[in-house]
Design a protein around this ligand. Structure first.
Ligand code: FES
Length: 165
């Protein structure tokens, strides 16, 4: 395996990351009341909230870091863990569970090597479970990047996921 680092490439990645973060923070122009919206924008850009970015937000918006973290940990939608490009949510509420929801979780572990709360090594998928999405008649339900897929089975899940690169 070639472990040589391509420094110009790494430098370019770091610079574009910094530029994106700075421009997102600047777009809120010191408006502390917009902290949640800013965090949503950052997460939409990176799929999670990098800790160094939270420190930067705290400094630029002059909000105590403890306050930034308490907002992040309060809302379940925010995550501090790196997430894959696509979020797969399997419903394991009673109705979906009875109809075989667990088979989707087993499939993800068997074929993609991830359990709930984990991300594939290639950062393609992250997996999470929920307890009812409010559409039990359509179960088992799986949501991929916000798109609801109904009456799922492991083969159908395979076909659906093939569309997410
Ligand atoms: S139990 Fe899955 S949608 Fe209700």
């Amino acid at each position: 395996m070639d472990l040589t680092l391509d420094f110009p490439k790494v430098k370019a990645i770091v610079e574009s990351y910094t530029e994106k973060v700075d421009s997102l923070i600047e777009s809120y122009a010191g408006n502390k009341e917009q902290l949640i919206s800013l965090l949503q924008d950052i997460q939409a850009e990176f799929n999670y909230l990098p800790q160094d970015v939270l420190v930067k937000i705290s400094q630029k918006l002059d909000i105590p870091l403890s306050q930034v973290f308490s907002v992040v940990t309060f809302f379940r939608a925010f995550t501090l863990k790196p997430r894959g490009r696509h979020l797969v949510t399997v419903c394991l509420g009673t109705a979906c569970h009875v109809k075989g929801g667990q088979r989707m979780v087993d499939k993800m572990e068997r074929d993609y090597g991830i359990k709930p709360g984990e991300t594939t090594e290639d950062m393609r998928f992250s997996l999470e479970t929920v307890n009812c999405l409010g559409c039990c008649a359509l179960g088992p339900v799986v949501v991929v990047d916000g798109k609801y897929e109904s009456k799922m089975n492991p083969d159908k899940l395979d076909r659906v996921l093939r569309g997410y690169k």
